[in-house]
Design a protein around this ligand. Sequence first.
Ligand SMILES: O=C(O)C(=O)C[C@H](O)[C@H](O)COP(=O)(O)O
Length: 216
Amino acid sequence: MTDILDLAPVLPVVVLHDAADAVPLTRALVAGGLRAVEITLRTHGALEAIAEVAAEVPEAVVGAGTVLRPAQVEAAIGAGAGFLVSPGWTVRLLDAMRASGVPFLPGVSTASEVMTLLELGVREMKFFPAEAAGGAAYLRSLAAPLPTARFCPTGGIGEESARTYLALPNVGCVGGTWMLPPDAVRGRDWARVERLARAASRLRQHGGDTGDPGGA
Ligand SMILES: O=C(O)C(=O)C[C@H](O)[C@H](O)COP(=O)(O)O
């Protein structure tokens, strides 16, 4: 099973308002070098969007985000989700995620939660809400006492802060929405999304380079 944290340095978090955008948006992200894509179950049509991406963009690894309840695990897997992400976790949700057979990232924001999940055998976690919960300094502090936990920080991260997180030993990838500016998605400016994705995909290798060159 491929670890989610190793698929790409940046995990785009997609909130779709029109399921018809899912395939072209994902193609733009993949063309830019980001092949793991999290579609949040926050909007109507999210499951349909996951199904379409799974069927039509085989080079992408599409997962479901904002998975809050066990029933959503089943629905997401049924739609074709290849991984599951939650802003937090409960015992029931964790049981369902484990039983799903796909990689999953439960969300944590305290040392005690990290310790509890490690005790339960879970080593990969989403750190959410990353910036509000203490940012890179907080994760850096966790690395010393809890070196076996690996994180995908998400929440309030932009290209600059992504670079800081990615330099930490306990960060596998960062999640964010900065490569999907609302006006670009609304205007279906997939070329701009592709450019932003390309810059994001290069963060790890080159320590970052170009930013958003602006609209198409
Ligand atoms: O939907 C979820 O399950 C979440 O946990 C929230 C998302 O990770 C953030 O909404 C990311 O958005 P930014 O803060 O713009 O990076």
